[in-house]
Every structure is written in structure tokens, then in C-alpha cells.
Design a protein around this ligand. Structure first.
Ligand SMILES: Nc1nc(=O)c2c([nH]1)NC[C@@H]1CN(c3ccc(C(=O)N[C@@H](CCC(=O)O)C(=O)O)cc3)CN21
Ligand SMILES: CC(C)C(=O)C(=O)O
Ligand SMILES: [Mg+2]
Length: 273
């Protein structure tokens, strides 16, 4: 059964969220019993091979989220609004969020930031019945403007801005908040001050939940080792080894075997000869 919003907001245990980008990803996450699935715009990095999330389009997100939903019909699914799709005015943001909800079956959308403009968008969407997950701290869509993919909230000004942004997002109606790559003690303080759940990535154990990029935790995405992630499997290596084995067996004519092949009657074949 899909967890309802109130259930998610009052979970006695830490919330578990993972990303998914396709049908098998959705199936595996749902079978594993996660609380929420995020169709993240990290799609750009770990699936599409871009070096940032900026090139990811609304069409990309919708295409992948539809596949995830087919694999995970019973899990609360959040879809990232990608860069540029909620920055050109409240009407555009509303229209794009409605498209995501209608075309993918998403339960909620997520957007980065807590500027006055973003807060206005969060308010409009939530007042119109679209649940919004906020996202503060490191925000990959605008990382260039933040000085790169760096830990946020370390100095006075940045720590205060992150806390105030989180509080403003709650006031604007966000149902939960991602805290990305901020010091653990700041994340704990924010989690204590907010009544909505915080979901951390690189934000320590004091959050109300955790999220990881599935391709990082599976070892599918083998970029540089990430301090914030833990590899629970070496799926990339397993994939390579399996393909190598297949290649060797094809070259040795060991695959396909009799079992993998079909038979026909001798007389049919004889006529052809
Ligand atoms: N595969 C993948 N997994 C992710 O979790 C992820 C992405 N891609 N791409 C977008 C963002 C960027 N993320 C991160 C996560 C951690 C650091 C980090 O640990 N920064 C440290 C070290 C920087 C360095 O070594 O240069 C810092 O001190 O800022 C940066 C970006 C998380 N996100
Ligand atoms: C890392 C999470 C929070 C995200 O935004 C993404 O995967 O795009
Ligand atoms: Mg994202």
C-alpha cells in the first residue's frame, strides 16, 4: 500500500528515499519497500552521461518518471522539476508541475531553492493541491552560482541563509525538505526547528530521513568515490564481468546451447535440402 502524506510526515522511523529513473529501478525500489522514490534530475549525471543536471529537460523527466511509475505503482513518487522549468514565472511553474503530475502519476514534485521567487511558486503550487518537496543546501542546478559542488552552510551567512530558507519553505507549504551536503549539526538544528520531515543527503544522521542516488549505492555509477554515499553492491563490476563471460562464450560457440535453441521435424528440413 502506498504511504499517505500524513503517514510519511509522522513516520516513527527514518524515512527511506532512493532515486529511480526507469522501470526496473522502480520495481526494485518498490520491492525493497522504500518509503519514497525520487525521480531525480541526477538522471542527467548517472543515466544520460551529462556532467551536470542543467541539460535535463521536462520531457526527459516525464519520459523517465512514466517508466518508474509503471514499475512502482504503489510507492510515493516525487519528481524533480528540472532547471529552467520553474524559473520563468509562477504560471509556467504551475503549468509544468501539472504536466508532471498528470503525465507521470507523480504524487509530488520537488524544486531547489528558497529565493522569494521560488517561495512564491511553492505557495501557488501547494495552494492548488500539488505537494511540493523543497530542497536547500547544495543545489546542483545552480551549483555554478554557489561556487561549485561544495558543502553549503559552513559560515555564518550561509548557515543562517540555509536555516531561514528551510523555515520559509515550510511556511510556504512544502511537505518535506531535502537537505543536501550541509554540516550534520546544521542539518540537526534545521530538523529540530521544522515540523515537516527533513531528508538528508550528505547531511548527517540527524535528519528525519535519508536519500541516496541509487546508482551510487549500487556501484553502477563509478565516478569518483563520494564521501556522502556508501556502496552496498558492486553492480557495475558484476555487469562488466557478466558481459565478458557472454562474449567469451559466444566466441567459443558455447552460447547459445541446445537448451536455448528451437527444433523442427526432420522431414521439413529434408525437403529444403
Ligand atoms: N552520482 C551523483 N550522486 C550524487 O549524490 C550527486 C550527483 N551525482 N550529482 C549532483 C549532486 C552533487 N553532489 C555532491 C555530493 C558531495 C559533494 C562533496 O562531497 N563535496 C566536497 C568535496 C568536493 C571535492 O572533493 O572536490 C566538498 O568539500 O565540497 C559534492 C557534490 C550530490 N549529487
Ligand atoms: C540527490 C537528490 C536529492 C536529487 O535531487 C537528485 O537525485 O536529483
Ligand atoms: Mg535533483
Amino acid at each position: 500500500m502506498k504511504r499517505s502524506l500524513p503517514e510519511l510526515q509522522h513516520s516513527p522511523q527514518p524515512l527511506v528515499m532512493v532515486t529511480a529513473y526507469d522501470y526496473p529501478g522502480g520495481r526494485h525500489a518498490e520491492a525493497a519497500g522504500v518509503d519514497l522514490i525520487l525521480v531525480g534530475d541526477s538522471l542527467g549525471n548517472v543515466v544520460l552521461g551529462y556532467d551536470s543536471t542543467a541539460p535535463v529537460t521536462l520531457a526527459d523527466m516525464i519520459h523517465h518518471a512514466r517508466a518508474v511509475r509503471r514499475g512502482a505503482p504503489e510507492t510515493f513518487m516525487v519528481v524533480d522539476l528540472p532547471f529552467g522549468t520553474y524559473h520563468t514565472g509562477v504560471q509556467d511553474a504551475m503549468r509544468n508541475a501539472v504536466r508532471v503530475i498528470q503525465e507521470t502519476g507523480a504524487d509530488a514534485i520537488k524544486m531547489e531553492g528558497a529565493s522569494p521567487e521560488i517561495l512564491g511558486v511553492v505557495q501557488t503550487l501547494t495552494r492548488n493541491g500539488i505537494p511540493v518537496m523543497g530542497h536547500v543546501g547544495l543545489m546542483p542546478q545552480t551549483a555554478t552560482a554557489q561556487g561549485g559542488l561544495k558543502v553549503q552552510g559552513k559560515d555564518d551567512a550561509s548557515a543562517r541563509a540555509t536555516l531561514e530558507g528551510a523555515q520559509a519553505l515550510e511556511a510556504a507549504g512544502a511537505f518535506a525538505l531535502v537537505l543536501e551536503v550541509i554540516p550534520a549539526r546544521l542539518a540537526r538544528l534545521i530538523s529540530e526547528k521544522l515540523s515537516i520531515p527533513t531528508i538528508g543527503i550528505g547531511a548527517g544522521v540527524g535528519c528525519d530521513g535519508q536519500v541516496l542516488v541509487t546508482h551510487d549505492l549500487l556501484g553502477v555509477y563509478e565516478g569518483e568515490e563520494k564521501k556522502i554515499a556508501r556502496r552496498y553492491a558492486e553492480v557495475g563490476q558484476i555487469s562488466r564481468e557478466a558481459i565478458e563471460k557472454y562474449a567469451a562464450e559466444v566466441r567459443a560457440r558455447e552460447f547459445p546451447a541446445k537448451d536455448n535453441s528451437f527444433v523442427m521435424k526432420d522431414e521439413v528440413l529434408d525437403k529444403l535440402y
